[in-house]
Design a protein around this ligand. Structure first.
Ligand SMILES: Cc1cc2nc3c(=O)[nH]c(=O)nc-3n(C[C@H](O)[C@H](O)[C@H](O)COP(=O)(O)O)c2cc1C
Ligand code: SF4
Length: 441
């Protein structure tokens, strides 16, 4: 179990507003604290179109990584002619180093269920699937209990709030590798098929689950919805950045421990890193890995970068899984980038040749650099190969897999040159080189 980090009192709690409840699946306690008020207001007061308009005015963007405006998906799904529509909540949590979504599912399942029901009502869907990985047993238990009691109370299920609308919510445990978090793979898994990413367009909002318009939304994105309906689009839009409003969960890891925190979007990385335990005595911060295994490795000089979609992209990182990992001066950036690239290459599904072969070639080059067998042309080869891989991307995984090496080279180039030109590993991590150069005897 990961603990919550202490955050400044001035930071708003949107996603974790009710996550401190002693009994997260106690419906009475949750409804007394406001659970399902927003769903009621949406059905009785705002209507489907009005609700989509509110979400649009709030500026809510997807928290699952890409930052796509939620209301645009809802509008597309609602207006695409089809006999059925679906809402799928992506609670897979692909990154093993980040438990942010799982934390929310375990500690406030009602908010996720309510947000998903609002989305279903807004797009005219009567079926919601919440996909959770099978190992997340506590999240599955919590969700199942919450859905059961909400159904018994008529808050979801048949004829919700006497409106004539059915909104059935089901937990769907799914099991697979890293790629299962990608939305088109997840949809295939829910259909019981072998999962590989699909070319887009059409996007799932037009043609998704069983070929029907489907809104796929991350757990945190959907958990923000009841708060927005309750407090108003304007209140949400004033938190965070103008083009990335609201808050997001991060999981911070340092050598001294880790924890989850809700931070306003746009918070400088320095403040996020400052939420965690200090570095071990005598160590200094060398780099921050932002975005998970396919994230960017950023130097300490970029600590003022706002934690938000575009600012992170501009420096070669991304929000990804919400994971922020602090690396101290004992870290060899070349070795770190190699390990991350190897992980991502191993997770590529194999559908696209430049990704399947190219990411493995990247790993091999990085392997020979840390093994002390580099070629002088390796830096340029890494750059050219990464550009080719990005240019031929079928899904985001391909593009993102190049980030650890490309940011490693961009910000820590001298370390790569030390390995290649001087057969030296400044951190003393890469053994064959370090032994040869006398750094390790
Ligand atoms: C390799 C890969 C893994 C992903 N894993 C997740 C995941 O675990 N959870 C998630 O919500 N989105 C994940 N995504 C993003 C989803 O494809 C999709 O954009 C997201 O679920 C849409 O919801 P949102 O708009 O609310 O962010 C992943 C994407 C890729 C390329
Ligand atoms: S780009 Fe890579 S992960 Fe994506 S579909 Fe192609 S092979 Fe699979």
């Amino acid at each position: 179990m990961v603990d919550l980090l202490t955050t400044p009192a001035a930071w708003p709690a949107i996603l974790l507003e009710r996550a401190g409840a002693e009994q997260p699946t106690d419906l009475d306690a949750a409804t007394q604290a406001g659970a399902f008020d927003s769903l009621r207001r949406v059905i009785r007061n705002f209507g489907a179109t009005g609700s989509i308009a509110i979400i649009g005015q709030s500026g809510l963007r997807g928290r699952g990584g890409a930052g796509y405006p939620a209301a645009d998906k809802w509008r597309t799904a609602a207006t695409t002619d089809a006999p059925r529509r679906y809402v799928v909540i992506n609670g897979y949590g692909a990154d093993p180093a980040s438990a942010t979504d799982r934390y929310l599912l375990e500690h406030d399942p009602f908010t996720v269920v309510e947000g998903a029901a609002i989305a279903a009502f807004a797009i005219g869907a009567s079926e919601v699937f919440i996909a959770v990985r099978t190992e997340a047993t506590e999240a599955i238990r919590s969700l199942t209990a919450a859905i059961g009691s909400a159904e018994d109370a008529g808050l979801v299920g048949l004829d919700v709030f006497g409106s004539g609308h059915d909104i059935r919510v089901t937990v769907r445990p799914v099991q697979g590798a890293y790629m299962l978090g990608e939305e088109t793979v997840l949809l295939k898994a829910l259909e019981g098929k072998r999962g590989q990413p699909e070319q887009r367009p059409p996007h799932p909002a037009e043609r998704g689950l069983f070929g029907m318009p489907t809104v796929v939304q991350n757990v945190q994105t959907i958990a923000a919805v009841p708060w927005i309906i309750r407090n108003g689009a304007e209140a949400f839009a004033t938190i965070g950045l103008a083009d990335a409003p609201g808050t997001i969960l991060i999981q911070l890891r340092t050598a001294a421990g880790d924890g989850i925190a809700e931070v306003p979007l746009g918070t400088p990385l320095r403040e996020i890193v400052g939420l965690g335990a200090t570095l071990p005595m005598g160590r200094s911060l060398k780099a921050i890995l932002v975005g998970g295994p396919s994230g960017g490795i950023l130097p300490a000089e970029l600590l003022e970068t706002p934690y938000a979609f575009e600012p992170l992209r501009a420096v070669g990182a991304h929000i990804g899984s919400g994971s922020v990992i602090v690396a101290d001066d004992r870290t060899c950036i070349v070795d770190l980038a190699r390990l991350l690239t190897r992980f991502c290459a191993g997770e590529a599904c194999g559908k696209t040749i430049p990704c399947r072969i190219g990411t493995r070639r990247l790993t091999e080059i990085a392997d020979r650099v840390v093994d002390g067998r580099p070629r002088p042309t390796d830096p340029q080869l890494l750059i050219d190969l990464s550009e080719d891989i990005v240019a031929s991307a079928l899904c985001d995984h391909e593009r993102l897999t190049t980030l650890p090496l490309s940011t490693g080279m961009r910000y820590f180039r001298s370390e790569l040159d030390d390995h290649i030109l001087r057969s030296a590993c400044p951190a003393g991590v890469c053994h064959p080189i370090a032994v040869a150069s006398g750094a390790i005897s």
